[in-house]
Write a protein that binds this ligand. Structure first.
Ligand SMILES: [Zn+2]
Length: 168
């Protein structure tokens, strides 16, 4: 993902220029000394388990439209990370989940995303509660771990591998 290009100061609208500030090249205002800190983006991913099967959603949006994936989304600024994870599952599946434990934290050089992945179980599972949110997910299905289809993101494979390690 490329870094967005910001041209003007959000405080005073003067042009931004790149300067070395706090050990890095950053966009700074030429007039009011505002420093534009481009911060990482936190993504929560939830591996939802029910009776030893994994719940996946088929993505209805790019990237990865048509492929299956775990439930993920951006954490809001000021939100508690565990609640962000639970909220994303609710938004995409209408299911209430209980987080069991952390699977791992994933990041790579040059990528602004920090992925935090959890295991979760469904609270009071009832199939009639499960509804795919069509803006994001076209279909929901449970898969036995050994029948999980190709997943949408490289990080999904890392998360699945680390989830499998937790089972032993
Ligand atoms: Zn300014």
């Amino acid at each position: 993902m490329s870094t967005p290009v910001f041209k003007f100061c959000p405080v005073c609208s003067a042009p931004l220029t790149e300067k070395h500030v706090y050990h890095a090249l950053r966009l700074t205002c030429s007039t009011c000394s505002f420093v534009f800190f481009l911060e990482p983006k936190v993504v929560t991913v939830v591996v939802v388990e029910h009776k030893s099967n994994l719940l996946l959603g088929r993505r209805n949006i790019d990237p990865g439209k048509g492929l299956w994936s775990f439930f993920s989304g951006y954490m809001e600024r000021g939100e508690q990370v565990e609640l962000a994870a639970i909220r994303e599952v609710k938004e995409e599946t209408n299911l209430d989940v209980h987080l069991e434990n952390l699977i791992g934290v994933y990041s790579e050089h040059g990528n602004p995303h920090v992925v935090i992945a959890y295991r979760a179980s469904v609270i009071n599972y009832d199939v009639s509660d499960m509804v795919a949110q069509p803006d994001e997910v076209s279909e929901l299905s449970f898969f036995a771990p050994e029948t999980v289809p190709p997943l949408a993101f490289p990080t999904d494979a890392d998360i699945l591998r680390d989830w499998q390690r937790l089972q032993t």
